[in-house]
Design a protein around this ligand. Structure first.
Ligand code: AMP
Ligand code: MG
Length: 338
């Protein structure tokens, strides 16, 4: 009799363990995802685990909040109001973006400059219809491109006459970094954030393996040029092929050299930056695209703790920094930079 009762208890105990373990597994694998269109791009957020649905909802709200703050296309956004009024107190988000932009501007000899906006407009990249400005017009406009002339003191930003700012080269990376923070606040240990060309991942995949992120190909016929395996990092690509127009047999793209006011042609087709800091990865992908291959390599050699890169040039050759040697695969020819 005693033996029978013990057997009965054992069965109940095993059942209970199975139910609890099954529940935990279920929670771990619980997936929530959401697609949205913001900042002129298609975004997709996927999170796993117990709070994933709440985290994804909070992430979407955060993206919409930042879009409303930073969109130059909106007449009521904080950035448009500041551009019009020329002086004011930036929000916490904008203050942070200003500081990070200043840092990247300093680090890259001015290759990254948020006062490029009037030049972007002259080329029609802000939506008014594409055109090729004259050299004379560009020389006049570039005289007013220099973000070191912005005054940001005691919490007040002052924008000189003729100057306007835009965070288009860094806003998506910042947004991805903010969303990653939100995921962590909700206790999400695994998430994949895809904001246009900006990818940021939280933790590893639910099965504990690394996330495999494809680096887009400049050619529409090819899906990707390589795959990088990452955990807790951002992968951000800047490329001329992302936005461009053609006129009289020439192609004009959206990454502009602040010195000339013209699209950059230096032999690079794309720059991918891999870093734990999503804001930095975005700003630097734009800046290093402007600086070109050799300057990117020498900058990386003195800042290798901050990021890794994958560069692709016009001949299709790729250059990959040593830090991701073991985490990078490609069918193409590539050279490891040490
Ligand atoms: P990304 O796709 O991150 O490389 O950013 C490209 C966008 O950044 C452009 O569409 C412009 O809005 C802006 N931009 C273009 N050239 C520059 C530059 N030299 N410095 C800062 N932002 C730029
Ligand atoms: Mg960028």
């Amino acid at each position: 009799m005693k033996f029978k009762i013990m057997k009965y208890f054992a069965v109940v105990a095993i059942l209970a363990v199975c139910i609890v373990a099954g529940g935990m597994l279920d929670n771990q694998n619980k997936e929530a995802s959401r697609s949205l269109f913001a900042m002129d791009t298609y975004m997709e957020i996927t999170a796993y685990g117990r709070n994933s649905q709440k985290a994804v909802d909070a992430a979407a709200a955060e993206i919409e909040r930042l879009d409303a703050l930073l969109s130059t296309g909106s007449q009521t956004s904080e950035v448009t109001v500041l551009n019009n009024e020329k002086t004011g107190k930036p929000s916490e988000d904008m203050a942070y973006l200003l500081e990070r932009s200043q840092e990247i501007n300093r680090e890259t000899e001015g290759a990254f400059d948020i006062t490029i906006y009037p030049v972007m407009r002259a080329w029609g990249f802000t939506g008014e219809g594409f055109r090729v400005p004259s050299d004379e017009e560009l020389s006049r406009l570039t005289d007013a491109v220099d973000m070191t002339r912005l005054r940001y003191e005691d919490g007040i930003l002052t924008i000189p006459e003729n100057m306007e700012i835009d965070f288009g080269g860094i806003a998506k990376g910042y947004t991805a970094a903010r969303v990653a923070q939100i995921m962590e606040q909700y206790g999400v240990k695994s998430a994949n954030l895809s904001l246009g060309g900006n990818i940021q991942v939280v933790g590893a995949k639910p099965d504990q393996s690394a996330w495999r992120v494809a680096i887009r190909s400049p050619e529409p016929s090819e899906a990707y040029v390589g795959i990088v395996s990452i955990e807790n990092k951002a992968v951000v690509t800047s490329g001329g092929y992302e936005r461009y127009f053609e006129q009289d047999g020439m192609t004009y793209h959206h990454i502009i050299d602040p010195k000339t006011g013209k699209p950059v042609y230096n032999g690079l087709v794309s720059v991918t930056i891999i870093s734990e800091d999503g804001t930095y990865a975005d700003g630097m992908s734009t800046a290093l695209f402007v600086l070109g291959r050799d300057k990117t390599i020498s900058y990386w050699r003195s800042h290798r703790e901050k990021f890794d890169f994958v560069l692709m040039d016009e001949s299709g050759m790729m250059y990959v920094s040593e830090g991701i040697e073991k985490d990078f695969t490609s069918e193409r020819e590539y050279q490891i930079i040490r």
